[in-house]
Design a protein around this ligand. Structure first.
Ligand SMILES: CC(C)(COP(=O)(O)OP(=O)(O)OC[C@H]1O[C@@H](n2cnc3c(N)ncnc32)[C@H](O)[C@@H]1OP(=O)(O)O)[C@@H](O)C(=O)NCCC(=O)NCCS
Length: 316
């Protein structure tokens, strides 16, 4: 692994996440949905999700998560050069949610949004890392934040039970000598009808096809990472996949022949928070010591587009 060391390495020096205070358990779902706690838990692993109130938008959640990440990195907002917000539920068509976060943090960073649905955070991390490697920026805030509760049809049990609101953020900084920031991104627009939300919503989905895609892409991306970096699964401390469905994660782990112990799962608490799911999981994994300093962690995102992405990081 030593030969892989990178003079232009990029490190994650802070993580943070935030979910709104209101918890909606499976038992609290509207009766009209004709669903049950038992069905949802068995088919998805989800027990509850957090829902933003009417006046809380993506930028509010994102700014709180970002403030926590900056605190952990011991940086002031003024030291941030660039803010990237991955979201499919921006506060407005424009200005960008990232610009609103910049205003809330009272800093002068450049700011833009990136849209790649549930793969958005991995896409944004890849872009942020490459911009640091190129020398263009020194300190980049990468945030994944979504409020799917605002674009769901609360009468559609196929989708309403799956999603929750939240935000996760990381601080990226140049860290010479760290592990190379390997990433691989992909998209297949021919699958655009499988999971979709017009600008005003609601979300529609072909659950079975999306399920099969998620399992297939998890395994393919993991194999590619191990091959490209000449790593064995034992070199990887933790895999953090997009948190969509526990059955999907279990099936993918089984197909890839890896123990579930290697895979971080928190979907039971948050549901699918789209672009926020991986950074929330990463922040929790670090908090719980499942990912420690020096550990190699593989982040695997997949979602609407269809899109997918993998990013290998080393915990700073
Ligand atoms: C959505 C998902 C949980 C459905 O599970 P499934 O085992 O494929 O279930 P099916 O779609 O085959 O539906 C089986 C039955 O349950 C019913 N059903 C669907 N949602 C239900 C719910 N919330 N509660 C109760 N019954 C439900 C269906 O209507 C169907 O009934 P029928 O047999 O009478 O027609 C599953 O396909 C899935 O998780 N897909 C991936 C979704 C996802 O993660 N999307 C985001 C990716 S980024």
């Amino acid at each position: 692994m030593r030969s892989n060391r990178d003079h232009n390495g990029v490190g994650i020096t802070g993580t943070g996440f935030y979910v709104p205070p209101f918890v909606l358990t499976n038992f609290d779902l509207p009766e009209a949905l004709e669903t049950s706690d038992e069905w949802i838990r068995q088919r998805t692993g989800i027990r509850q999700r957090y829902i933003a109130d009417e006046s809380t938008n993506t930028s509010e959640l994102a700014a709180i998560a970002a403030t926590k990440a900056l605190k952990q990195a011991r940086l002031s907002p003024k030291e941030v050069d660039l803010i990237i917000v991955a979201t499919s539920t921006p506060d407005n068509a424009f200005p960008s949610t990232a610009a609103l976060v910049q205003q809330k943090l009272a800093c002068h960073a450049a700011a833009f949004d990136l849209s790649a649905a549930c793969s958005g955070f991995v896409y944004a991390l890849s872009v942020g890392s490459q911009l640091i490697r190129s020398g263009a920026y020194k300190t980049v805030l990468v945030i994944g934040a979504d409020v799917f509760s605002k674009i769901l049809n609360w009468n559609d049990r196929n989708t309403a039970v799956l999603f929750g609101d939240g935000a996760g953020a990381v601080v990226l900084q140049s860290l010479p000598g760290s592990f190379p920031c390997y990433s691989l991104l992909g998209a297949d627009g021919s699958g655009s009808e499988l999971l979709k939300s017009p600008v005003t919503g609601p979300v529609t989905m072909n659950g079975r096809e999306v399920f099969k895609f998620g399992v297939r892409i998890f395994e393919a991306l993991l194999r590619k990472v191990l091959d490209d970096l000449s790593l064995s699964i034992d070199d990887i401390a933790l895999i953090i996949p997009h948190q969509a469905n526990i059955r999907m994660i279990e099936k993918a782990a089984e197909s890839a022949n890896i123990s579930l112990d290697k895979v971080f799962v928190n979907v039971e608490k948050y549901g699918n928070t789209s672009a926020a799911s991986i950074p929330i999981a990463l922040a929790e994994a670090i908090e719980q010591n499942r990912a420690r300093s020096g550990d190699i962690v593989v982040l695997i995102g997949f979602g609407a587009g269809l899109t997918w992405g993998v990013q290998v990081i080393q915990v700073a």
